[in-house]
Write a protein that binds this ligand. Structure first.
Ligand code: IPM
Ligand code: MG
Length: 357
């Protein structure tokens, strides 16, 4: 088959890690008889420098015309002082909204070969953990009404958390569908003891649960969830939550794996076209030094094969190649714990070699 992939390399280490994923995809294409065509578009700081806007119209059009999108990372100190609507991060929100990517899948698993990198006490993660955060991505306080007004103490700024039945229902369906392919357990996280929007969230999630009798649903308040994640992460399978709670909890979940450079993500909508990106940021301090870990981006490409193109065995092959390279003891600096490390290019070469074997 022939697939057209839009590349949004972005800033910092973005170009290097996207290049790694492209090379791995080309190796997959060669082995399994697919053609991947790549077209690059600007996003983030590099787009601001070149065009004055973090998300040029051409980028949006290119993504919408593609079969799927692979993103590196955006942002850096150079653009940190720009006003909110001109910041590189604004481009991320813009592309999510333009592509209507309401489901964000953020897996966080503890690799047994990297157990030592986990910052939690060994007895807490004895059994390992493998959870999937399903974060609502185009609604809630990120996109709600906002502004400035005069309040009780003078000028104030406000943002609004609002969720419709429709939005809650579709993200719940995504979570339950994911749970059916995993361990059939969903934890819905909200703040229903305080927020009206969370009370509606809880009600709708329970209505959707009735359609999935095989799945066990439990509710958890977000403050408790933040605590449970570091107390007993193995209790979670699929976690479904709002945009902002998902933003916060997914950073926490990634940190407890000890290897944020390993974690991919997928943002999906109602069509097969998705946006795939590593969970980590643009790491400007190590950009261009052949130090970045390309694995999160390569795993994001594997997720693209699985979720957008239905290429299961090709996705499995990438994941197995990475497992093999890790089991052989190769590490990039971020996961080497001070031991000898390989660079971005060498790690990519190793993954490609394992794939070809
Ligand atoms: C993320 C990031 C973004 C978010 C920022 C950069 C806008 O933190 O993808 O988690 O808050 O969604
Ligand atoms: Mg975040």
């Amino acid at each position: 088959m022939n697939y057209n992939i839009a590349l949004l390399k972005g800033d910092g280490i973005g170009p290097e890690i996207v290049e790694s994923a492209v090379r791995v995809l080309e190796a997959v294409g060669k082995k399994y008889g697919h053609t991947f065509n790549f077209t690059s578009y600007l996003i983030g700081g590099c787009a601001i420098d070149a065009t004055g806007a973090p998300l040029p119209e051409e980028t949006v059009a290119g993504c919408l015309a593609s079969d799927s999108v692979l993103l590196g990372a955006v942002g850096g100190p150079k653009w940190d002082t720009l006003p909110g609507n001109l910041r590189p991060e604004k481009a991320l929100l813009g592309i999510r909204a333009a592509m209507e990517l309401y489901t964000n899948l953020r897996p966080a698993k503890l690799y047994s070969v990297l157990k030592d990198a986990c910052p939690l006490r060994a007895d807490l993660v004895e059994k390992g953990f493998d959870l999937l955060i399903v974060r609502e991505l185009t609604g809630g306080i990120y996109f709600g009404e906002r502004g400035y007004r005069q309040g009780k103490y003078g000028e104030e700024a406000y943002d609004t958390e609002a969720y419709s039945v429709y939005e809650i229902e579709r993200i719940a369906v995504a979570a339950f569908d994911a749970a059916m392919k995993r361990n059939k357990k969903v934890t819905s996280i909200d703040k229903a003891n305080v927020l009206e929007s969370s009370r509606l969230w809880r009600k709708v999630v329970h209505q959707v649960a009735e359609r999935y009798p095989e799945v066990t649903l439990s509710d958890m308040l977000v403050d408790n969830a933040a605590m449970q994640l570091v107390r007993n992460p193995a209790q979670f399978d699929v976690v479904v939550t709002s945009n902002m709670f998902g933003d916060i909890l997914s950073d926490e979940a990634s940190q407890i794996t000890g290897s944020i450079g390993m974690l991919p993500s997928a943002s999906l909508g109602a069509t097969g076209r998705g946006l795939y990106e590593p969970i980590h940021g643009s790491a400007p301090d190590i950009a261009g030094k052949n130090l970045a870990n390309p694995i999160a981006t390569v795993l994001s490409a594997a997720m693209m094969l699985r979720y957008s193109f239905g290429l299961q065995k090709e996705a499995d092959a990438i994941e197995q190649a990475i497992d093999k390279v890790l089991c052989e003891g190769y590490r990039t600096a971020d996961i080497a714990a001070g031991a000898e490390a390989v660079g971005t290019v060498e790690m990519t070469d190793l993954i490609i070699k394992a794939l070809e074997d």
